[in-house]
Structures are given as structure tokens and as C-alpha cells.
Design a protein around this ligand. Sequence first.
Ligand code: SF4
Length: 365
Amino acid sequence: MTLDRKHMKPHILESLTVLSKDNSPPELGVHVMSEFLFCPRAGIIAYETRQGDTGADFEAAPALGGIPMFEIDQIERDLEVRSRELKQLSIAVGGFVGGAGLVYVYQPALTIWLLVSLIFMLLATYSWWRPAITSWFQLRARLAQSRLAKPNEPNWEHKLQQEIEWWELIAAGFQSIKLNRPMHSHEIGLTGKPWRILHRGELRIPVLRIHVDETDGSMGQFRPRLRQQARLAAYAFLTETCERGNADWAIVMFNYGDRGLAFPLDDAEWEAFQTGLPRARSEFQRYENAAQYRPRPTDQGRVCRGCPFGKPRRVGLRPTILNGVEVLPRITTDNLNREFHCTCHDRFGDEVPPHKLARQLGLTD
Ligand code: SF4
């Protein structure tokens, strides 16, 4: 893949290209890069879980089980499938009831058995038709929501963070693209996949989805941190390289919702990327060169407070799987003698990370 030099800031492009020539870097994922910038242990865990980049910094729940759908054509397709299934169910139930009516005319004594069988059949298939009906209603509501949205978009001339609503952008003519494969830049050894890319004409906007605590009002106050700035710029870089067009903006969506913020990518983001990629790569190379490399947590563990890799969970709920192998949990118990472990402690072993939940449970000081 040849870099599209037209849109990249020349000094940034030059520094990243020089880096690749000097170091012949192994390919690094954008997600892994941003985790290394957060904490070197998080970078190693992100790399060893090998789940690939989804453009979301938390595990996306299955469609309709949590995160709803965001593409109109996908919603329409799923709605069609659900409608067909429910039509078949109604025909089956209608046929059964019709048959019971006929039996009632000719063999009234058998009718009760037929109706009891119908009830048993419906109970036996409850786990199939109940979610089918629920998702049919949810899909209809989602489609209506998308169609009722009025076109609205940020003022692109106004280079400030601005609120957006997903369906308003779609109504304004943006097309949402969900990539099947990550984008690559072999020149700088970078690969990554934003959660979505919005296209319209020459405009390309990479979208990142993140988790924020809605209870503390941090959604409205959100400002991207260094690792998120680097990640947004890295996605924009890959988008310009691979998808062509202008990626001068990026969007951050929150949790499972339809609201987010649009950010103009300025010097702060590009510099976070320019300095962050070599920093992350040098940590990654140390890890690759020494099997027992055990970096210290960033900021003496203060970042562990909200880190998902340090969040304790009950033993048996979800094992820690690294490099495709299940890791033995390192168990700690709370005062009720319940057993907990967390991914970071399972991986590095030396201490229980001071996550806020671990403190509440008394698993650590
Ligand atoms: S729990 Fe702490 S040390 Fe472990 S990865 Fe997260 S931030 Fe790093």
C-alpha cells in the first residue's frame, strides 16, 4: 500500500516513514499501540489476547442483546428474516388451531389433547420465539428511529469538538462502513480497524466507540486522553492511506448509544500519534526480545483504578485466555471468602492491581 501523501502533514509522515526504514518494525495494531500508551502491561495483555481491533475499547455485546444495529440495510435485512420466521410461526399455530377446530367437529374428545399439545409445543419452543418477537419489535423501533431522524451535522468549518447523533449524520447523507478486515500501512508497520468509517464525498470520518461512566457525567465532559488522541489520529492516517479522501475529523461514540462527539484532528492528535507510535513500538520490542519482560504499571498503579484488565471477577465466570491458552487464575478472597481473580494479576502475578472494585472488596489496600 502506498501512502497518500496529499493529505498527511508532511513532517509527521516523514518521521513515521524514517522510523520504518530504520527499525523495520513488526506490524503493530492501533488498539495495542493505544494500550501500550495507557500502560505497558495493558499493551502486552491486549497483544496476547489476540482479539484483533474492533475500534471499540470494550467488549461489544451482541446486536440487540446490548449494542444496537447502526446500518439501515442490516436492520432491514434482519427485520425481513425475523418477519419471515414469525410468519412461519403464525402459519404453524394457525394450522394447528384450524386442525383442532376440524377435530372438534368430528372427534370432540380429542380436541383437548390437541390444544394441550399446542401449549406444550409453544412452551418447548419459547426460547426461540420469544427473542424472535422481541427482536422484531426492537428492529422495527430502530428502523423507525433511523427514518425519523432529521439531517444534522457538525459545522465542519468550526474546528471545535461538537456533539453528534448517529442517525442525524446518516440522514445528512453519510454512509456507514463496517470494515471486514483491518487496514494496513506496511510502510510504517501499522494495522487497525475503526469501529466504523463514515463516508460522504471526499470526507472520511473514522469512528471509535468507547466506554464511559454515565453516572459521573463524564460523557459531556469527555476530552480524549493521549492514547485516545493517538488512536484517533492513527485511524485517520490509515483511513486516508487505505480509503482515500480527507480524514480531518474523527468521532467518538459512547457506550452502546447513538450519541457521540466529533473532533477536528489538529496538531495535538497528530503529535500524540507521532510520538506515541515509536514509544509503543519500543515497549513492544522490549517485550518481544525478553520473554520475562515485566514492565511496571504506569504512574505507580494509579491507572489501575479503572482498568478493565485489573477489574476483579468471580472465579469460574470468564477464564483468562492469553495466546490461545487458558491461564490458571491467581485467586484472592474477600472477607466473605468469595474467590476473585483478574486478567492482569493472572498474567503478571506479583500483586493485585489496585482497581477500585478490588479495593471495595478488600482484595488489596
Ligand atoms: S491493571 Fe494496572 S498494571 Fe494491569 S494492565 Fe491495567 S493499568 Fe496496567
